[in-house]
Design a protein around this ligand. Structure first.
Ligand SMILES: N[C@@H](CCC(=O)N[C@@H](CS)C(=O)NCC(=O)O)C(=O)O
Length: 210
């Protein structure tokens, strides 16, 4: 049994949608970050980073959204959410998932949490501006790749990396240039948003994705 600690619209969106894609029985436990529940002793025993998500798989506790997506996709190969070991597309799957989590997601963190990076208000504004500039370069790069070889990150093959992309796209909706501005990114995100699993994830979390 999987237990996913999530918050609405947080980095738990992708593991949550992956759980629904694979159709495995799971329990969802809300951690309300607005109320600071992620900083409480009970939760930080599970995740010392005080961040959401965390997965509890029969007592095996792990954090990091991309790692959870990988773990679940590997355990359920029938869901075909990642290329098998040795498959030609495997390298690009790992590349895109890693790029999304450690580069694109990191720029989003700078935009959402500028106070983690600078103390005074002016410096925080500068952090946000830099984050938007970084995002523009990153989404242009992804858009070009999707234009050459789409509609998914692995060409014609849907994968958990596309779910991760759709999550990252949602986070940009109030930025100066939302990622949906880019036609090939939009095409990919729209395909993910049309999937029943992703729609159910959004509905359960009580959120929308333009
Ligand atoms: N690298 C982590 C980042 C998780 C993360 O930053 N989650 C945010 C929500 S999107 C969070 O818990 N924020 C609460 C806080 O920083 O106070 C992952 O992908 O799991």
């Amino acid at each position: 049994m999987y237990k996913l600690y999530y918050d609405s619209g947080a980095a738990s969106m992708a593991p949550h949608a992956v759980l629904r894609e694979i159709g495995a029985p799971h329990e969802l436990v809300r951690v309300d970050t607005d109320k600071g529940e992620h900083r409480g002793a009970a939760y930080t025993r599970l995740n010392p980073n005080a961040r959401v998500p965390t997965l509890d798989h029969d007592g095996m506790i792990m954090y990091e959204s991309a790692a959870i997506c990988l773990y679940l996709s590997e355990r359920h190969p029938d869901a075909k959410l990642m290329p098998a070991v040795g498959a030609p597309r495997r390298g690009h799957f790992l590349q895109w998932l890693t790029f999304l989590t450690n580069t694109v997601q990191e720029a989003s963190m700078q935009w959402f949490y500028p106070d983690y990076y600078a103390d005074d208000a002016a410096a925080q504004q500068a952090v946000k501006k830099h984050a938007e500039a970084k995002h523009d370069r990153q989404w242009r790069q992804i858009d070009a790749a999707l234009g050459r070889d789409g509609p998914y990150l692995l060409g014609g093959e849907f994968s958990a990396a596309d779910i991760y992309l759709a999550m990252c796209v949602r986070w940009t909706r109030n930025m100066a240039t939302p990622a949906m501005t880019y036609a090939n990114v939009k095409r990919c995100a729209d395909l993910v948003k049309a999937r029943p699993a992703y729609r159910r994830m959004l509905a359960f979390e009580g959120i929308e994705q333009p």
